[in-house]
Design a protein around this ligand. Structure first.
Ligand code: TUI
Length: 315
């Protein structure tokens, strides 16, 4: 069986995380992933604190396994979100889009593990020093808000830079990505885009279908001038963002154009004017599956790969 130190730290069966995705990973997806032996993560996104509390309570009704909540740190009301999560006592918090350092002690005092998403070795080292339990090294192949370094280059450098477990994220959707991540020094993987196209994911069918029909060149990075670059599937909205860049538009115009667009993708299924966040690996995803199928398949095929890996060695 595939097992690593994060399985013991988090009391999970497989070192497979489901990325916390705003407007895409709610209690239903998170509970399904945790029930299948991975770590499900509720994407709090820009939810108000009372909604996050509701999501956590519903997840607890649907699984008795550990699950997490992902918090986006640049929100103005982040302290209220943190207090809400602490009161509800989840197993683990993952963080994105900022420095988790100032919050780690508060979570630890409440018995909550902290696993920040990091896009660089510098931030990984800072998180280790601040007491993080592990880090998620997320490559630029990922969907949503991204850093600049590829998973292939980032993961081994982070693995060498810190002594805490490293979870690899970005560009992983099948056993080849899982095996590669382990070879790069990771102790586990996180997948986001693969879980978008699952039966248990509540996003509109149009967003799922856009992921399924995408090919390798169908994502683009928008919003670079804002300091929050975001990878999405190409559509009319993405084109409008790129046009803002071309004419050096003021940052407020990006904010105006972006408002409500994740909801438009997730709830209304607006495939042209919704923000269809997705990683570059979308091209590998050909069908919607159940969460259990995704996890059972990636775990069993990765095990089989390593059992047969001797075939690469000749005398
Ligand atoms: O957070 C993510 N992915 C996201 S968040 C999100 S919601 C959103 N919506 C609209 C615009 C922007 C975001 C969608 N996808 N991934 C984790 C991640 N964290 N990627 C990169 C980072 C990151 C970047 C800088 C983490 C830390 C960091 O540090 C800066 C600092 O303060 O030192």
């Amino acid at each position: 069986m595939i097992k690593s130190p994060v399985c013991d730290i988090l009391e999970i069966k497989y070192p497979v995380f489901q990325g916390g995705m705003a407007w895409a990973s709610n209690h239903k997806l998170a509970a399904a992933v945790s029930n299948a032996g991975g770590l499900g993560i509720i994407g709090a996104g820009q939810m108000p604190p009372d909604l996050v509390v509701q999501e956590i309570r519903k997840a607890k009704e649907n699984t008795d396994k550990p699950f997490g909540v992902n918090l986006i740190l640049y929100l103005s009301y982040i302290d209220e979100l943190i207090d809400a999560v602490i009161k509800e006592k989840v197993s683990v918090v993952t963080t994105g889009a900022g420095n988790a350092g100032p919050y780690i002690k508060k979570f630890h005092d409440a018995g909550i593990k902290v696993i920040p998403v990091i896009p660089s070795t510098a931030l990984a080292k800072r998180m280790e020093k601040a007491g993080a339990d592990a880090v998620i090294a997320e490559g630029t192949e990922s969907g949503g808000h991204i850093g600049e370094i590829t998973t292939m280059a980032l993961v081994p450098q982070v693995a060498d830079a810190v002594n805490i477990p490293v979870i690899a994220a970005g560009g992983i959707a099948d056993y080849r990505g899982f095996a590669a991540a382990l070879c790069l020094g990771a102790s586990g993987i996180q997948m986001g885009t693969r879980f978008l196209a699952t039966k248990e994911c509540h996003i509109h069918q149009n967003w799922k279908n856009s992921v399924i029909k995408a090919s390798d060149r169908d994502t683009v990075v928008t919003g670079r001038p804002t300091g929050h670059p975001v990878r999405v599937l190409k559509n009319k909205l993405a084109k409008m963002f790129l046009e803002l860049e071309e004419k050096c538009a003021p940052i407020e115009e990006y904010e105006k154009l972006g408002t409500g667009k994740l909801k438009a993708a997730s709830v209304d299924g607006d495939a042209e004017m919704g923000s269809l966040m997705s990683g570059q690996i979308a091209g590998l995803i050909k069908e919607e599956k159940t969460v259990k199928e995704v996890i059972d398949e990636i775990v069993s095929q990765t095990e089989a790969f390593f059992k047969n890996a001797g075939k690469f060695i000749t005398n």
